[in-house]
Design a binder for this molecule. Structure first.
Ligand code: PGA
Length: 237
């Protein structure tokens, strides 16, 4: 496990450097991109590099990490809408995929997404945020290390946090996510956390024993995982 702590100003650029290195390492690169507040600065930095001709993401295939259930395709709260707004529409990426939470047969849809990833050559990089409850994607506490892409019941913390994404009238009940086992098969994993509010869960994720009750800790066993933290998120280490 690699641990990298940088000050807040360097956080986005350091993550973007990691992504850039992977993008330039292969003719076609499959990257799993998260949504949420954590990667926003990273996406702005990628956009800046592309706009200035310093980087191209033309050879990147984007794969969505997770998605809320119950929302129609055009809903702006959908992770797919947000990643389009925050990244795909702002750079020169041409190919990207998501799980469809409106599919008639969700079990088949999840299997199909796994097959698609395999057919395209597997994930070369999975970039992940950490939820306040230790989740990655929607792999909520209790998720198995060998879990695959699947429908999940959302944890209370995730439901509470959903308000910041625009869930106001009602709380979400379920979501769909790449599994921990799926993410462990990724060639590289980059886990990001910034801000003092993440310090406690970061400490559990990195220093406490590995446990499914802090799902992100399961990724510590990956052969090429980097935790990139800003000094605020690393405050308790
Ligand atoms: P955040 O969400 O980046 O908005 O903190 C992370 C997560 O819940 O996975």
């Amino acid at each position: 496990m690699n641990l990298l702590v940088v000050n807040s100003e360097k956080f986005a650029a350091t993550a973007a450097d990691h992504i850039e290195a992977v993008v330039q390492s292969k003719a076609k690169v499959n990257i799993c991109f998260p949504t949420g507040d954590t990667p926003k600065g990273v996406y702005l930095e990628l956009e800046r590099r592309v706009r200035h001709g310093m980087l191209s993401l033309k050879n990147v295939r984007g794969f969505g990490l997770d998605e809320w259930g119950e929302l129609k395709d055009d809903n702006p709260i959908r992770c797919s809408s947000r990643i389009r707004n925050d990244l795909y529409n702002r750079v020169d990426i041409e190919e990207y995929y998501y799980v469809n939470p409106q599919a008639f047969d969700m079990a088949e849809e999840c299997k199909e997404y796994e097959r698609l990833i395999q057919t395209k050559g597997g994930l070369h990089l999975s970039m992940l945020g950490i939820g306040l409850n230790g989740h990655v994607g929607f792999n909520e506490p209790g998720s198995r290390v060998d879990s695959r892409t699947r429908v999940v019941k959302l944890d209370d913390t995730t439901k509470r946090v959903s308000e910041k994404y625009g869930w106001k009238q009602k709380q979400p009940i379920w979501g769909v996510t790449l599994g921990v086992g799926t993410l462990l098969e990724s060639e590289k994993v980059l886990i990001l956390a910034n801000g003092r509010h993440k310090a406690q869960i970061v400490q559990k994720a990195i220093e406490d024993p590995v446990t499914p009750f802090v799902p992100v800790s399961l990724l510590r066993d990956h052969r090429n995982v980097t935790f990139l933290l800003d000094t605020e998120a690393a405050f308790l280490l």
